[in-house]
Write a protein that binds this ligand. Structure first.
Ligand code: 4AD
Ligand code: MG
Length: 431
């Protein structure tokens, strides 16, 4: 017999079905017991009337504890007031496993307690909603690139050198070959892919030994990185804005119920339509000065600065042409002003800050070699990367979108720790 889940019950009104799940909650009133069953696809109120079931089953409903797993059979009835539009009139019920006293109760728990119990916390309705939205975002990311002729190009996780600067590398011994490092970004490999396949994207876990203890830093996070041959900075910004619109509109189309559970004000999301505003770093600094911030021209933008800048706009803003000194070695300099890099960061609204970082890449061999030396990077480790400039170098550009920051923003959360099943941060590597 095919197993039916709660999300499919609308098509089974009037039928007798058997469902499997866990007890989310219950209440009683006289001869009635209301059991809320959850099975990961939804919630169902199972109404048990004393006269409709055997005495054993009725007695049993009183013993059923929160998170006990059980099997329940009954008739599905339309009920406009119920979340899924249906309820069950219970005929029979069997326990699968009795749960001991469940540590997470409807009372307020501190966030550290919840993070210590993350393996159980993921069962609660808000966490389920976040993880479903995360999944929808991942699907939108894949669909977007797949529909546009990109090829998925998986980058290695164990790498011989830094991509985004040496200060945030996780190191691990690697047999007789010295040390390997957990990748900070798949970009350099994606560039090799773009020279082979034209348009590629990498999508996988990336690692930063960040000392930052903020609401937007993880040590392990997922990044998607498109890389396109013959694209310049403007093409890169065109791609980024189309991409963001696509992701947000996909979530709005398919995850209204989850956004409601999270009490997300969707008017901020509905505004995410092309064109997105584009401002230069210089214009961004002007905004800061106009707002009374003592910001020294030439510095990188901090989180507080990003909030002030993004508050000027109702949708994500693209800030381009940063001082090359604060940006990565591989970024091409602006031919109009070599002090600036052809870089772009996309800042999400409502104080969420940078969600995308990208650039046009340095495609000239000699200039790239100079940058590698300036940044004190081990030239030998980059010899393969330099080959990309030796054999048919072309202008190209790409960017990286941080998945968890994007989920945090779309869900309207306070912290990225809730956007991934098991967060890794400086002070946490369990459960
Ligand atoms: O700006 P980043 O460091 O750029 C790169 O890694 C480039 N190689 C990408 C490229 O051009 N292909 O990181 C890109 C994005 C950030 O905008 C942010 O969303 C996310 O990755 N990110 C983090 N997310 C969570 N925790 C961290 N510690 C993060 N560091 C970066
Ligand atoms: Mg960045």
């Amino acid at each position: 017999m095919k197993k039916i889940c709660i999300s499919e019950l609308k098509n089974h009104v009037g039928e007798s079905v058997t469902l499997y799940g866990w007890l989310y909650n219950k209440r009683s009133s006289g001869k009635l017991r209301f059991l809320i069953l959850r099975d990961g696809t939804g919630y169902l109120q199972c109404v048990t009337f004393k006269n409709s079931v055997s005495p054993e089953v009725f007695e049993f409903t009183d013993k059923l504890t929160q998170e006990s797993s059980f099997e329940v059979t009954g008739t599905i009835r339309e009920e406009a007031r119920a979340t899924g539009g249906v309820e069950m009139d219970v005929a029979d019920l069997k326990i699968i496993s009795h749960a001991g006293e469940y540590p997470i109760t409807p009372k307020e728990h501190g966030v550290e307690f919840l993070m210590d119990h993350r393996h159980l916390w993921v069962r609660s309705s808000k966490q389920v909603a976040i993880l479903k939205i995360r999944h929808r975002i991942v699907k939108a990311i894949r669909d977007f690139f797949d529909e546009r002729g990109f090829t998925l190009f998986d980058a290695p996780i164990l790498t011989p050198a830094a991509c985004e600067g040496t200060s945030t590398l996780f190191e691990t011994p690697y047999f007789d070959l010295g040390n390997a490092y957990l990748t900070q970004s798949g970009q350099l490999y994606a560039e090799a892919g773009a020279m082979a396949l034209g348009k590629v994207y990498t999508f996988g876990p990336t690692f930063r030994a960040e000392k930052s203890k903020t609401r937007r830093h993880l040590t392990e996070f997922w990044m998607v990185e498109p890389e396109v041959a013959f694209n310049d900075l403007n093409d890169n910004m065109d791609l980024a804005e189309e991409f963001l619109e696509y992701i947000v509109q996909s979530v709005l189309a398919d995850r209204q119920e989850e956004l409601k559970i999270l009490e997300r004000d969707v008017k901020f999301l509905e505004a995410v339509k092309r064109p997105l505003p584009r401002i230069t770093y210089d214009a961004a600094v002007e905004i800061l000065h106009k707002n009374g911030v003592e910001f020294e021209y030439g510095n990188d933008l901090g989180a507080a600065d990003e909030t002030i800048i993004s508050n000027q706009f109702d949708r994500p803003v693209m800030v381009h042409r940063y001082p090359s000194e604060v940006k990565a070695f591989y970024m091409k300099r602006d031919p109009e002003n070599p002090k600036l890099a052809l870089a772009v960061d996309v800042l999400a609204p409502e104080g969420y800050g940078e969600i995308i970082g990208g650039s046009q890449r340095e495609d000239n061999l000699d200039l790239l070699l100079e940058r590698i030396k300036e940044h004190n990077l081990p030239e030998e480790a980059f010899s393969w990367y330099l080959d990309l400039r030796r054999y048919g170098s072309v202008p190209h550009a790409g960017f990286g979108l941080g998945l968890e920051r994007t989920v945090s923003w779309i869900c309207g959360l306070d912290h990225v720790r809730e956007t991934i099943p098991f967060a890794r941060m400086i002070y946490r590597n369990t459960p």
